[in-house]
Write a protein that binds this ligand. Structure first.
Ligand code: SER
Length: 922
């Protein structure tokens, strides 16, 4: 049997022999392309070459690329696992020509590899070509059609034309694109599949796509011809392996069940799932609950195995390459995938985290071709396990709720699963919408998506307005049109400017004429300002706006569309529209804030140095008091890591690096590896903050480079110092650091210093010895507490000896009666034992008391029991006197009571009872 490893190697070798350079796969998480969620094709890493903004030292390349397709143009998560030939993660074999060979060679070489080297039956192969498109203004690809006849001996009736949907390839909504020619294979038993091409039927599938890259697609849908023509081909390794595995059946027209999941890329994973769950893959429909009426769900066990096998590969590779499950963007895609797999795991009765256990098997299969998954194995396993545990906590309850609601709907004969229930499952139980939709589909229902979306939007708005309310007294709807403010002066170091008052917002209304007088809350808008409005995590400026006789205190600055709102109170005088005023930012607050902002960049850099490249910004808050930075990482940081991060940052502060600020076209910035926030919309020209470069020409040398619109100091020395105050978990896979810098840190340090001095005076030790002293005191304290609980350290036996000395002899019986200092009851028992050893025939009644209770114990020698004397009876009688009760055996009994003051009386009466009993027997 030909292995997948062999097929991968043969492909590369075949093209190497044709002058192609082998290029390793790029990461599945594209670090430098915000238009792309995940690497979705082999050509992604060559995008710059196609667009003529980058070059390579070779003109022909071949590789096998790790790809993820989950949503968007190229895949539908819904289908994965239901059929046998779609995946969220797959390997794409490809060959490229960068302005070198074109259609003829691409077609000929593909045909030869498939039919001559690998021996695929020609009668089962079809080639599709582009049929042209009026809207795009493109002609049918007659050239490709013609070449297929000329350079390949394909049956001419197997060359077919298709439109844009099938035969025009584009990477995303924008970017390089062109007509393509696809090779499909007919897997039907009798070679009758010609009509099933592009019909989504598993019996006729596409195996290789040859793209003739010629255009750049713009946002507005316009195609611009590229300076050169390129070849970009892609063949799914999993599919070609599945086909080659069944080549003999295909050649002899015998039924062949071709499935990607039957190849050595998947079989060991599925076997591992069988072992973990005890299920049987391929066991037919017998595990099917009655209600699965849809054809799609013919065998839920098989689907579950395929889904899990597919998804664990995706998670392993994506997390290895730096993505992490989270609540947005790329991270949410991973979370959805993981939750989909977890839910299918429940279908196989797997209740504990199981996905992470499959990772070693994935590594066995793929680790040689992609060694990075070996290196990151432990980190990936921890991440996946933590996610599984987190979702596991709400999954069962969510499933129960889903069942209840679905049953209710079925009982009514309805088929719409309510949007508010889907929202509740999302919001409270962490069910992604597509998971609820999947479960609904299995029950023949659809989710009311519109209602769900309305509720989502409502939640978003509430969050936004709660955010705003927290920050400022002025709320204004985004819909009100306000004049734009020129705020370019916000970067000016003098932090003051004169501006013309255009109007104000009071009670949510925009007013642009008249006068206001103090006292008045308002949000003022000027033609220009030097105030920084909150954005990118940096808080809005505070300050004053003044004339010779009026003063407005700015408490916060916010942007609404393009207007900068100076929010605060007019405390003195009056202001009129049209008036020119002095705008003065509070420089101390701003300077502290700038220190913290630059320090945040240093922190992001240091975290990556110490924890690894998977660290990504997940949120931040920069104000004058402190900075807060949220980042992707799945474990608490150790003390050593925290210290190391602080050290690295302090080193950079001490080295007094200049901050270089420059503007670059976005494309160039991304290409130069500048850190951007995923999902953030950037303009054509971006502002770059670089630390560690001498000037704008050398920003590539900078150790920290980020796209950022915030305000920064000019040299790291101004930060003075850096200290992490707190490190905590924010949500699964996201940590939060709170840190201080500069003057605020100095204030804190002084306070702490004074506190140390005070403590050292109180404890009368040197500051270095405070810890030691406190530990000793605490230990002493612990011991003392224990002693108090145990009672005073008295020599209880000596006390008992005193009672024994005073004991009465009645006949040959020694009667010991008396009170002992307060001791726990166990000690009383110990004294009884001691007395028994000291005497021949003993009757004893011992009592002990504290402020609130009394304990009594009595003992009678065995000889006397025969004469009818009983410790139990005795104790019951005297316990009544102390307001309690008790009992026990004839030879030993104990009792408690609530009246300590009655103890002497009880003991007296004990003596009397004993005397009576003994005398009776005489
Ligand atoms: N880019 C094309 C595809 O993804 C061919 O590699 O199908």
């Amino acid at each position: 049997m030909v292995s997948s490893k062999q097929i991968r190697t043969e492909f590369i070798k075949y093209f190497e022999e044709l002058g192609h350079t082998f290029v390793p796969s790029s990461p599945v998480v594209p670090m430098d392309d915000p238009t792309l969620l995940f690497t979705n094709a082999g050509m992604n890493q060559f995008k710059d070459v196609f667009l003529n903004v980058g070059t390579r030292p070779y003109k022909r390349a071949a590789n096998t690329q790790k790809c993820i397709r989950v949503s968007g143009k190229h895949n539908d998560l819904e289908e994965v696992g239901v059929d046998t030939y779609h995946h969220t993660f797959f390997e794409m074999l490809g060959n490229w020509s960068f302005g070198d060979y074109f259609k003829a060679e691409a077609i000929q070489w593909a045909w030869q590899l498939l039919t001559e080297k690998w021996g695929l039956p020609k009668n089962r192969l079809y080639a599709t070509v582009f049929a042209g498109d009026d809207k795009l203004g493109l002609e049918p690809d007659e050239q490709a059609e013609h070449l297929w006849r000329e350079v390949a001996d394909i049956d001419p009736s197997h060359i077919l034309r298709y439109g844009v949907k099938d035969n025009f390839w584009q990477m995303a909504e924008t970017g390089p694109c062109g007509p393509c020619s696809e090779i499909h294979i007919d897997l039907t038993d009798d070679c009758s599949g010609g009509k099933l091409i592009n019909a989504g039927d598993p019996r006729v599938i596409e195996i290789w796509n040859l793209v003739f890259i010629q255009f750049d697609l713009a946002q507005d849908g316009k195609l611009t011809p590229l300076p050169a023509k390129h070849i970009d081909t892609g063949m799914g390794l999993e599919r070609i392996c599945a086909v080659i595995k069944h080549i003999d059946e295909l050649k002899s027209n015998k039924p062949a069940s071709v499935s990607n999941y039957g190849t050595d890329l998947f079989v060991p994973i599925i076997q591992h799932i069988e072992k973990l769950s005890g299920c049987n893959y391929g066991s037919g429909a017998k595990n099917l609950p009655d209600r699965y009426d849809s054809n799609d769900c013919e065998n839920i066990v098989d689907i579950a195995c395929r889904v899990i096998a597919d998804h664990i590969r995706t998670l392993t590779f994506a997390i290895t390459d730096g993505a992490l499950p989270s609540n947005e963007g790329r991270g949410y895609v991973l979370r959805r995938i993981l939750r989909r797999a977890a839910r299918y795991g429940r279908k196989l009765d797997m209740r504990d985290p199981f996905m992470y256990q499959l990772i070693p098997t994935v590594i066995d299969i793929m680790g040689d071709a992609f060694p990075e998954i070996k290196e990151k194995a432990e980190f990936v396993a921890q991440t996946i396990k933590a996610e599984e545990q987190a979702f596991g906590r709400t999954l069962d309850r969510g499933l129960e709720i889903f069942e209840q609601v679905a049953n209710g709907i079925s009982a009514k004969g309805e088929k719409i699963f309510p949007g508010d229930e889907a929202f509740k499952l999302y919001d409270t139980y962490g069910f992604p919408l597509d998971l609820t939709q999947l479960m609904a589909r299995e029950r023949g229902m659809t989710v009311d998506e519109q209602k769900f979306n309305e509720l989502m939007e409502g939640q978003r708005q509430r969050a936004r307005s709660a955010d705003k309310q927290g920050k400022s007294a002025v709320i204004i709807s985004d819909e009100i049109e306000l004049p734009a403010t020129d705020d370019s002066a916000k970067y000016n170091p003098d932090m003051q400017i004169q501006g013309k008052l255009i109007g104000w917002v009071i009670d949510g209304k925009w007013i642009d004429d008249g006068t206001i007088s103090a006292p008045q809350k308002a949000a003022l808008v000027f033609d220009k300002t030097c105030f920084y409005a909150e954005s990118g995590g940096q808080v809005g400026d505070k300050g004053k706006i003044i004339t010779s006789d009026a003063e407005f205190i700015v408490e916060d600055t916010q942007k609404v569309n393009d207007a900068v709102l100076h929010i605060g109170q007019l405390v003195k005088g009056a202001l009129s529209v049209g008036q020119t005023l002095d705008l003065l930012v509070n420089k101390n607050i701003r300077k502290d804030t700038m220190n913290n902002h630059t320090a945040t960049h240093l922190l992001q850099w240091a975290l990556r140095e110490v924890l690894g490249g998977h660290v990504k910004q997940a949120g931040s808050l920069v104000c004058d008091e402190y900075l807060r930075f949220d980042f992707t990482h799945n474990q608490a940081m150790t003390d050593e890591q925290i210290t190391r991060v602080e050290e690295l940052i302090i080193e950079k502060i001490d080295q007094a690096h200049n901050i270089v600020i420059t503007q670059l076209p976005i494309e160039e910035a991304l290409q130069r590896g500048i850190t951007a926030l995923f999902g953030e919309k950037y303009g054509d020209v971006v502002r770059v903050i670089a630390i560690g470069a001498d000037d704008a020409e050398n920003i590539d040398k900078a150790f920290s480079k980020e796209l950022c619109g915030g305000t920064h100091i000019s040299n790291t020395a101004s930060i003075m110092d850096f200290k992490i105050i707190r490190e905590e978990s924010l949500q699964t896979g996201v940590r939060r650091i709170t840190a201080k810098t500069g003057r605020k840190l100095r204030e804190l340090m002084h306070q702490r210093y004074d506190l140390t001095v005070e403590l050292s005076q109180i404890l009368k030790v040197q500051p270095e010895k405070i810890g030691e002293r406190l530990t000793a005191l605490m230990e002493e304290n612990r011991k003392l507490k224990k002693q108090i609980q145990q009672g005073p350290a008295i020599d209880i036996t000596a006390e008992t000896q005193k009672l024994l000395d005073k004991a009465k002899k009645i006949g040959d019986v020694t009667v010991v009666i008396g009170e002992l200092p307060h001791v726990p009851v166990e000690k009383l028992r110990g004294q009884i034992d001691w007395l028994r050893k000291k005497t021949d025939t003993l009757i004893a009644v011992l009592g002990t008391r504290n402020d609130s209770k009394v304990q009594l114990i009595s003992a009678v020698d065995d000889k006397l029991i025969k004469q009818g004397v009983s410790a139990g009876k005795l104790i019951r009688q005297i316990a009544q006197i102390v307001g309690g009760g008790g009992g026990g055996k004839d030879h030993l009994a104990q009792a408690g009571g609530k009246l300590p003051e009655k103890l002497p009386q009880a003991l007296e009466s004990a003596e009397k009872i004993i005397r009576d009993a003994l005398e009776k027997n005489e």
